[in-house]
Design a protein. Structure first.
Length: 361
């Protein structure tokens, strides 16, 4: 077990003040450092019904990420896209049909990683073998995202559990309205984040998730081309060296195939380099660079770029808040047996069967 050192000489300047616990691998945040979970969630939810849950999740996830650490970004993004659309209810895991498209078929989710979805299913299978009918897919996704951050070098933190799985997925229009597009400016970003109770500091901290992951050409080519005519443009907020590299990668507009790393310095390490890239105009997305366009957000970027501990602590508080968005608890929703479909006993399952049958006619 890792030996943790309490570093008393470090002072954390946060609204949420807590001891700074540093391990050999980074910051460790404990339950008492975080706000009380919302009603229905608990730090010890599966203590009796599935006591080995977190070990089971790690037993599947750790070797998978050892083999391919890039999937850490995929799992973190999956959790984000789940929580921002009708709450952290596992609805993004549900599959649809041509007649009844799921959240996965909405434009912002077309680039969700297939392997990340597969890993959630593999974890669910392992959990069911030990604790059948007990643990929800929404909770598994929250744990997998948390563990992915830690294995990529980020902070370690507890996750309250007790979420229930939704019976249905959201419509395409709801997904589009709630997932922040990479082309948004700061005001537009805060309209979405603010509507969910996040502060400016929360938003800047959660944007730090882009310290890992990739971006496809069509998600940032608005900074390279006129999207209507396809002619080259010059975005003054992007560094010339980065622009040259991106023009080479994306020689035409609306390229959905080619991609590059979001963090050009340490693409697979969860660290503060993302904020240094923002300072140097070395980020892909309009939304990322917009964090440096106003003094209030720029000051937060500077503070995170100066201290990884400061960033990690605020990121954890943002994740803690995000992971409790509009959760279903108690008798609401269900505990899915298979993460990709509602249970056969639910009315939603009948709708899925009818949709599949009609699509085959």
């Amino acid at each position: 077990m890792t030996k943790y050192l309490v570093v008393s000489s470090i002072v954390c300047f946060f609204v949420f003040v807590s001891a700074c616990i540093i391990s050999a691998n980074g910051l460790v945040v404990h339950e008492h450092d975080l706000s009380k979970p919302v009603h229905g969630l608990s730090w010890t939810f599966y203590k009796d019904s599935c006591p080995d849950l977190e070990d089971i999740v790690k037993s599947v996830l750790e070797p998978a990420l050892d083999e391919d650490i890039t999937q850490a970004a995929g799992l973190l993004r999956l959790h984000f896209h789940d929580c921002f659309v009708q709450g952290c209810d596992g609805s993004v895991l549900l599959t649809g049909t041509k007649r009844n498209p799921s959240e996965q078929q909405a434009q912002p989710n077309l680039s969700l990683r297939a392997r990340a979805l597969q890993l959630i299913n593999e974890i669910k299978t392992a959990v069911e073998a030990s604790c059948s009918g007990v643990v929800t897919c929404a909770d598994i996704l929250a744990l997998a995202a948390r563990d992915s951050v830690a294995q990529a070098g980020g902070p370690k933190f507890p996750v309250p559990l007790g979420r229930r799985d939704s019976l249905k997925f959201a419509s395409q229009s709801v997904v589009l309205a709630n997932i922040p597009a990479p082309t948004l400016n700061l005001t537009q970003l805060m309209n979405i984040f603010g509507s969910k109770g996040f502060s400016l500091a929360d938003m800047v901290a959660l944007s730090g998730g882009h310290t890992i992951g990739i971006g496809h050409c069509n998600s940032f080519d608005n900074r390279l081309y006129n999207k209507t005519t396809g002619k080259k443009i010059v975005d003054p907020s992007i560094a010339n060296s980065l622009a040259d590299d991106l023009y080479s990668l994306c020689p035409t507009v609306n390229n959905t195939v080619d991609f590059t790393n979001l963090d050009i310095q340490t693409p697979n390490a969860f660290d503060k380099k993302y904020y240094e890239n923002v300072q140097e105009n070395q980020v892909l997305f309009t939304s990322d660079q917009s964090l440096y366009t106003e003094s209030d957000s720029a000051e937060i970027v500077d503070s995170f770029a100066s201290s990884q501990t400061v960033f990690f602590k605020k990121f954890v508080h943002g994740m803690h808040k995000m992971g409790q968005l509009d959760v279903l608890t108690g008798k609401k929703g269900e505990i899915r047996t298979t993460c990709s479909v509602p249970n056969p006993t639910s009315s939603a399952f009948e709708e899925v069967i009818e949709s599949v049958t009609d699509s085959e006619l």
